[in-house]
Design a protein around this ligand. Structure first.
Ligand code: PRP
Ligand code: URA
Length: 205
């Protein structure tokens, strides 16, 4: 499935400030909101609509409304930094949570929490800012599929080529929307140039 990389100039602008190591958590959270909003719009560009007849104050009008409910599943904890824009533009969105944490030495993600709404028949957007080895994203999408999610997209702020390849092998039918695809991973499986540890920068830990 295709990899979509954000091309809006505001995306590059926001991402540059996110990458800047002098950016403090308060601004980091605002910038995360902004880029997640741009990505949310891209990832939902093809949502189906259906006709709805309404009356304007002047005459009848055959409008269009969203045909299918939307679910969003942030991968805890950093994915929470991308959740608010989905609430703001899709007020009826259902939210599920998958808690995963990478081991500091092996970089393998361990599951510690999962709470999902009914997913069948919805468009499911799995969000996590960093697609590094791809282990967390591949595991979370597997959990979403096991819970009945069928129409799934994955949205991240920074991806590595290695993470994209892992996702495309594990879930070839799941489109990926990324703010940027960076150069590679370092020996600790952090993205280069990247922006460091997203969760730590978001929460000041
Ligand atoms: C980070 C990030 C992803 C994961 C990406 O989370 O938010 O979930 O690492 O790495 P991967 O592609 O190699 O799996 P982390 O495990 O550090 O937990 P946190 O969100 O609680 O900080
Ligand atoms: N998790 C992060 O937060 N940053 C990386 O570069 C890799 C994994």
């Amino acid at each position: 499935m295709p990899l979509h990389v954000l091309s809006h100039p505001l995306g590059a602008h926001v991402l540059t400030h996110l990458r800047d190591k002098t950016t403090k958590p308060a601004l980091f959270r605002t910038l995360s909101y902004q880029i997640a909003l741009l990505l949310a719009l891209e990832a939902t560009r093809d949502l189906a609509t259906e006709e709805k007849l309404i009356e304007t104050p002047l005459e009848p009008f055959p409008g269009r409304v969203l045909a299918k409910p939307l679910s969003v599943v942030p991968i805890l904890r950093a994915g929470l930094g991308m959740l608010q824009p989905f609430h703001d533009i899709f007020p009826d969105v259902s939210v599920g949570y998958v808690g995963l944490e990478r081991d500091h030495t092996t970089a393998v993600a361990r599951s510690y929490y999962c709470k999902l709404p009914p997913l069948a028949g919805t468009r499911v957007v799995v969000v996590d800012p960093m697609l590094a080895t791809g282990g967390s994203a591949a595991q979370a999408v597997g959990v979403v599929k096991a819970a009945g999610g069928a129409e799934i997209v994955f949205v991240c702020i920074v991806a590595s080529p290695e993470g994209v390849a892992v996702m495309q092998r594990a879930h070839p039918e799941v489109p990926i929307f990324a703010g940027a695809v960076d150069r590679t991973l370092d020996s600790h499986k952090y993205i280069l140039p990247g922006l460091g540890d997203f969760g730590d920068r978001l929460y000041g830990t």
